[in-house]
Design a protein around this ligand. Structure first.
Ligand code: PMP
Ligand code: GLN
Length: 387
């Protein structure tokens, strides 16, 4: 009998390997300085790692509550009240997740039915569109206005249909470092008012915001929160992207459905790290100093980059700053990113990877969440670049 080899009909036929993995692998292969994938190369807090050690030694090594360690949820509610004036019930409105990406995926899976439409602004963090499509829904793509990367709200209005189910926002924004302001919130409010539209707000960079700008969290706006899933990541807040721990906040009724999906996918998250963060979160200066700390890195990097032919598109938040090169070259951004890695030893992320149709504005994204010596080394190499 000939054996039958099962085959899979791909649910994501157009998707390859994420650009972050591709560029990080290439950086290793060519021993390039990696300013591509977003992760810090400086150490996280010794105090926080010691708290994990203590938690493990104290026996916090079994499943914790499926919605997240109760003390951590209580403290997150207290933090949100302090920062954003929100009034959250930690029992019913907060769920700890294995990272922000998972929280986003779960929120989309909770809501979307086949044929639903989701408004997505591009460039978009690369998990959004596949996460929509795998649920049988349709991303409705709107390009942010180049080079300010602001939202064209009139176009949003024009693209609303009876099937519009969600609008995804992300501030501070990956990859551009753009941040939403009060006017954006007002526009969003006027659009969703009296509709059935749900907002998914990706706020993983809530503390990585610069130039004295205040973060326009959805948590500040009860009338918007009542129709929102808001996603966060401890990885960004505590310099530990490898911990893959985050959380989602929403109204209780929506969270009830979110938890139905979550409980049979992950059930519960890493216990000792939740115990540790529940203690460390009381140390306010750890997250209050994050903005100034990273702003200094952005400024340091920006100053160094002035010596190169790349043109800065100013970032006001996130780990990233974008630089354009269309004024001196027509080379495709992916080709240039590969060439810079292989020939000059600096890995970046081509911003066309954040557009479904590969729109190429000749822009590269640089991660500046690095030691100064790393940034210096990278720019020294870029200074030898001959366009
Ligand atoms: N959203 C954006 C915009 C991000 O840049 C990231 C970083 N990876 C995430 C979500 C997810 O974070 P996490 O690593 O916690 O899944
Ligand atoms: N958020 C990070 C970035 O944009 C990396 C996430 C990932 O590698 N999946 O670079």
């Amino acid at each position: 009998m000939p054996s039958i080899i099962p085959s899979i009909r791909s649910k994501l036929p157009d998707v390859g390997t994420t650009i972050f993995t591709v560029m990080s692998q290439m950086a290793v292969e060519y021993q390039a300085v990696n300013l591509g994938q977003g992760f810090p190369d400086f150490p996280m807090s010794d105090e926080l790692t010691a708290l994990v050690d203590t938690a493990m030694k104290n026996g916090f090594n079994q499943y914790t509550h499926m919605n997240g360690l109760p003390l951590l949820r209580e403290r997150l509610a207290a933090k949100a009240a302090k920062l954003y004036g929100s009034d959250l019930n930690p029992e019913t409105q907060i769920t700890i997740t294995p990272g922000g990406t998972y929280a986003i995926y779960t929120a989309l899976t909770t809501v979307l039915q086949p044929g639903d439409e989701v408004i997505v602004f591009e460039p978009a963090y690369d998990s959004y569109i596949p996460n929509i499509e795998i649920n049988g829904a349709k991303p409705v793509l709107i390009s942010l206005q180049f080079p300010s990367y602001s939202i064209p709200w009139d176009e949003v209005r024009a693209k609303l249909t009876a099937r519009t189910r969600m609008i995804m926002i992300n501030s501070p924004h990956n990859p551009t470092g753009a941040v939403l302001d009060q006017n954006d919130i007002d526009q969003l409010r006027s659009i969703v008012k009296d509709t059935n539209i749900i907002i998914l707000s990706d706020e993983v960079y809530e503390h990585l915001i610069y130039d004295g700008i205040g973060h326009q969290s959805i948590l500040r706006h009860p009338d918007l929160l009542e129709r929102s899933f808001v996603c966060f990541s401890f990885g960004k807040t505590y310099h530990c992207t490898g911990w893959k721990l985050g959380y989602c906040i929403s109204p209780a009724e929506m969270m009830k459905e979110f938890r139905k999906v979550h409980q049979f996918n992950c059930f519960s998250c890493d216990t000792p790290k939740q115990v540790a963060i529940a203690a460390y979160i009381e140390k306010e200066e750890a997250y209050r100093t994050l903005g100034p700390f990273l702003q200094q890195k952005r400024d340091f990097f920006r100053e160094l980059m002035k010596g190169t032919p790349f043109q800065c598109i100013p970032s006001h938040g996130s780990y990233f700053e974008c630089y354009s090169y269309g004024h001196f070259s027509g080379e495709a951004d992916k080709a240039l990113a590969i060439r810079l890695t292989k020939e000059y030893g600096v890995a970046t992320i081509p911003v066309s990877a954040f557009y479904k149709n590969g729109e190429d504005n000749k822009v590269l994204r640089f991660c500046f969440a690095k030691k100064e010596e790393t940034l210096q080394k990278a720019v020294e190499k870029l200074l030898t670049f001959i366009p």
